[in-house]
Design a protein around this ligand. Structure first.
Ligand code: TTP
Ligand code: MG
Length: 394
């Protein structure tokens, strides 16, 4: 099950908590100028039809007693960080989605923390006791439904959609509640007489793609209760890279290849030491005339082995048209995730024994380098006498 938590009227609630004279009053957080818009409205102000993005002068017309409070982003960020820390105390599988919302994958938590409902109630109480704010929580077997659920009973709500209710929930879900459905898509929905997400299922992929573009396929999946997006555990470190300015400018392919391998090994070792995997590999080259290029490639499945990183770096390098000498080379990885991130199982049996072999070579190399220093051991292709590259050995 996936849990989605969203703070109630976040900025306004922070202001009401910190200033008792604002409590239970219609307030908005915004600027004072003529062109200002409402960033958020307290639930007392929402009773007057006031909402985010509404011009302040309209809001004032609708509620003459409205109190306008200037925002304090520093304070909201601090509260946000504290809330995210509380969430991380419940589970390592947390994805912050915005300043006031996050997803949590509840798999594996039952034995330690109890049922999803128990976890949600404890989380709400901890946030209220420690931060003094209420939140709303949604729980569902798939990610997009958990977000819809958290919005269903605001403020201070808790909505759980059990597996057996997913189908009927989707059949009744108004299509405009589905994330990503904007004004233009809504026009098409009306023409096709689509009122609920369930109505989508009767259309073919070809029709949906023709009418809605890329989102068509996702809509069809969602209408069948399929959502392959996972809770994406972001790591504070967004990228790891290693680069070196060469003693003299070079253009020889084998020399550059050796340097890329060396750099890949350093990056891979750092990645593994931090228990991370990456979804993106990049190279950086600076030429003798100081011009510079970067090339990157997204990975279909996350990697952490130095060999895999090197192979990607080499593929990127081979595509570069070299007409100048190189003075600096770099290898980097990004889209980092915790190695224990739950990932979608591939449908096809994954039978890449070489990947596992390389991972065990990597951990042996990491272990020896850690003890004796990275100069002691290098893969064979770093040794100029052997000459044969790792990519060639496969
Ligand atoms: P939201 O979670 O969308 O809204 P909210 O927390 O104020 O209210 P709700 O109870 O419906 O969740 O956004 C979180 C904060 O982000 C919000 O307090 C203020 C800020 N924000 C803006 O500055 N501009 C906007 O247009 C929106 C939607 C939010
Ligand atoms: Mg909110």
């Amino acid at each position: 099950m996936i849990l989605h938590v969203d703070m109630d009227a976040f900025f306004a609630s922070v202001e009401q908590r910190d200033n008792p004279t604002l409590q239970k009053k219609p307030i908005i957080v915004s600027g004072h100028s003529k062109r200002s818009v409402v960033s958020t409205a307290s639930y007392e102000a929402r009773k007057f039809g006031i909402h985010s993005a509404m011009p302040v002068f309209t809001a004032k017309k609708q509620c003459p007693n409205l109190i306008i409070v200037p925002g304090n982003m520093k304070k909201y960020r601090e509260d946000s960080a504290k809330i995210m820390k509380i969430l991380s105390g419940f589970s390592p599988f947390v994805e912050q989605a915005s300043i006031d919302e996050a997803y949590m994958d509840l798999h594996g938590l039952k034995r330690l923390s109890g049922s999803p409902e128990k976890i949600a109630r404890k989380l709400k109480k901890t946030i209220f006791d420690q931060i003094g704010l209420t939140c709303s929580i949604g729980i569902a077997p798939i990610k997009f439904l958990s977000k819809i659920a958290s919005d269903m009973d605001k403020p201070n709500g808790l909505t759980i959609i059990p597996k057996e209710q997913v189908k009927s929930f989707i059949s009744d879900l108004p299509i405009q509640k589905v994330p990503g459905i904007g004004k233009n898509a809504m026009k098409q929905m009306e023409i096709l007489q689509i009122k609920t997400l369930g109505d989508i299922e009767q259309f073919s992929l070809a029709v949906l793609t023709a009418k809605f573009g890329k989102i068509g396929a996702r809509l069809l999946d969602l209408s069948k209760g399929i959502d392959t997006t996972q809770v994406n555990i972001q790591n504070k470190r967004k990228s790891i890279s290693s680069e070196t300015t060469l003693e003299k400018d070079i253009s020889n392919f084998e020399d550059i290849k050796r340097i890329l391998l060396d750099l890949s090994q350093i990056v891979g070792a750092t990645l593994r030491k931090k228990n991370l995997i990456c979804n993106n590999v990049s190279i950086k080259l600076k030429f003798s005339d100081f011009s510079q290029i970067t090339r990157s490639k997204k990975q279909e499945t996350p990697i952490c082995s130095s060999t895999a990183i090197f192979n990607e770096a080499l593929t990127l390098f081979k595509k570069v048209r070299l007409n100048k000498k190189i003075r600096l080379a770099g290898v980097g990885v990004s889209s980092l995730k915790d190695k224990n991130t739950p990932t979608q199982q591939t449908l096809l049996p994954f039978n890449d024994t070489s990947k596992e072999q390389w991972e065990s070579v990597d951990s042996a190399v990491d272990c020896i380098s850690e003890k004796f220093g990275s100069h002691i051991i290098k893969k064979a292709s770093l040794n100029p006498q052997r000459g044969k590259g790792v990519a060639d050995e496969k």
